[in-house]
Write a protein that binds this ligand. Structure first.
Ligand code: ASP
Length: 326
């Protein structure tokens, strides 16, 4: 058994090393997988990884940035998660506090903020000049395009709201091809899986969701089994991508269950991704999977390449890897 860490990597080169190093320092120093996940995601939140994690970056359609995060303990099968967290920067730490100090698994919205304040977190705006500028551009220049509305008027593909529902709702029995508001430029997540020296597995995510989401929207990232999943008897998995679609398929849970059946982590991640692609061929996303023995695997779909980082006690430095998704 050796300690091992698999992390979804960000395109911005300066982003990745502090995340991996801080998480790895904890694992290699004999710390817990849970602490490594919390630390790595927190560094990403502070650095605002590619504008997709933490404060600022992507806002909702009211111009407010809200945060989703999840941490799962594979030793106890306990979960702490926060969704649509408002005005508090440390989403992963708030999730960890839900894990450590409550019997709940997920808190959302303003009440999650109230919980965080009781736990000693600071209330502050998550809007930055940059996120505000992006929002003003989307609203004024691009007339709120793209957005996540459907079957409403005025036509959401041309106009901003307020929208009201169409009286004659078309019967959409076949799945939509994809979430039209999602492409590779407007969403991302830090997704991590770790095994520590005791063989304890943990997994977690943190994100500010998708750009110009409808306020209140929560994606796959804070949902156990979707955004991440960990089970000491098997390993863990974590996901990134089009969360509105992905959460319908619990891909992290599926990948762990495939490994439980004896599939390699690569095959397990592939099964989870292919399941989604069979219903939504144009979705984009990826799953990382790690066995309790430190073997990792990855599968992706709808992206050109998927970069991630692996570190374990057999490697001198963290290894950035990129796979082709087609
Ligand atoms: N899964 C995240 C969400 O939908 C975004 C991403 O990972 O790309 O909120």
């Amino acid at each position: 058994m050796y300690d091992s860490l698999t992390v979804k990597m960000f395109q911005m080169k300066s982003d990745k090393l502090p995340i991996i190093n801080s998480a790895w320092d904890i694992l290699s120093g004999g710390g817990s997988a849970l602490d490594a996940i919390e630390e790595g995601a927190t560094v990403c939140e502070v650095l605002q990884c590619s504008g997709t994690v933490g404060f600022g970056g992507k806002s909702d359609e009211d111009g407010e940035t809200t945060l989703d995060a999840l941490i799962m303990d594979g030793r106890t099968m306990n979960v702490g998660a926060v969704g649509a967290l408002r005005r508090v920067k440390g989403a992963m730490s708030v999730a960890r506090h839900i894990l450590d100090y409550t019997k709940h698994s997920i808190l959302v919205g303003d009440q999650a903020t109230q919980f965080a304040l009781k736990m000693g977190f600071k209330e502050e705006s998550l809007i930055t000049p940059n996120s505000n500028e992006l929002w003003v551009e989307w609203n004024d220049e691009y007339h709120c395009q793209p957005n996540f509305w459907t079957n409403v008027e005025p036509n959401p593909e041309e106009y901003c709201g307020p929208y009201k529902k169409l009286d004659t709702l078309g019967k959409q029995r076949t799945p939509q091809k994809r979430n039209v508001g999602i492409d590779k430029f407007n969403h991302d997540t830090i997704a991590m899986v770790a095994v520590d020296k005791n063989g304890d597995v943990a997994a977690g995510t943190s994100t500010n969701g998708v750009k110009f989401k409808i306020p209140g929207r929560i994606g796959d990232s804070p949902i156990a089994g979707s955004g991440a999943y960990a089970d000491n008897t098997v390993g863990g998995a974590a996901a990134t991508g089009d969360g509105d679609v992905m959460l319908r398929f619990n891909p992290s849970f599926l990948a762990v269950e495939e490994m439980r059946r004896g599939a390699s982590p690569n095959a397990a991640a592939r099964t989870a991704i292919d399941r989604i692609a069979s219903y939504y061929p144009s979705f984009s996303g990826a799953v990382i999977a790690l066995t309790k023995d430190g073997e990792y695997g990855v599968a992706c779909h709808g992206l050109e390449t998927f970069p991630f980082v692996v570190q374990d006690s057999t490697r001198e430095t963290c290894e950035p890897v990129s796979i082709n998704c087609s």
